[in-house]
Design a protein around this ligand. Structure first.
Ligand code: AMP
Length: 171
């Protein structure tokens, strides 16, 4: 078994009944686990030119900032609607029973930037797809979407099949 899985905890019926929540707080609590996860994500980036790391609020920020620092490139946060103080590029996206809006500062990406997108979990893929579109509408090129884990049953990879994808762990 992938050693990383020992740091990821299942919590049944959170945040609502029927959802098996993948809790990464044990991973964050372990310096060895964090190093292992970061190493796995970085191992798939060796031959890629990356100008910026874009990560998704909030659990994407943990490894997003570590990746940007390791790659020595700028970090760009994507946030939920109304959190960023300046002019934004926005995109609505569908959640299981509702929809929401994600935003990025409109000067965060330069035309032609090679962008790595990071989030903790790839589930249905709606979130990652919205982020890819935001990055592209700002003129960036998505070179990879990476995740701590992919929940294969939910087929999120299909929604972002036009981009390279890597998940350190698959369920
Ligand atoms: P999706 O848009 O369906 O791919 O959902 C991805 C987003 O929802 C990520 O930002 C995750 O943080 C969160 N998420 C979805 N499903 C789970 C899950 N089972 N456990 C933890 N986080 C999840």
């Amino acid at each position: 078994m992938n050693l990383l899985k020992t740091y990821i905890r299942d919590v049944a019926d959170f945040p609502k009944k029927g959802i098996l929540f993948k809790d990464i707080t044990p991973l964050l609590k372990s310096p060895d686990g964090v190093a292992l996860c970061l190493e796995s994500l970085l191992s798939q980036l060796q031959n890629l030119k990356i100008d910026k790391v874009v990560a998704i609020e909030a659990r994407g920020f943990f490894f997003g900032i570590l990746l940007a620092q390791a790659l020595k490139v700028p970090f760009v946060p994507i946030r939920k609607a109304g959190k960023l103080p300046r002019k934004v590029v926005a995109r609505p996206y569908d959640l299981e029973y509702s929809s929401d809006v994600l935003e990025m500062h409109d000067d965060a990406i330069q035309i032609g930037d090679n962008v790595l997108i990071h989030d903790d979990v790839l589930a249905t893929g709606g979130t990652a797809e919205a982020v890819c579109r935001i990055v592209e509408s700002a003129g960036g090129k998505v070179v990879q979407c990476n995740f701590i884990m992919e929940l294969n049953k939910l087929q999120g990879a299909k929604k972002i099949s036009s981009y390279p994808i890597y998940a350190a762990v698959n369920y």
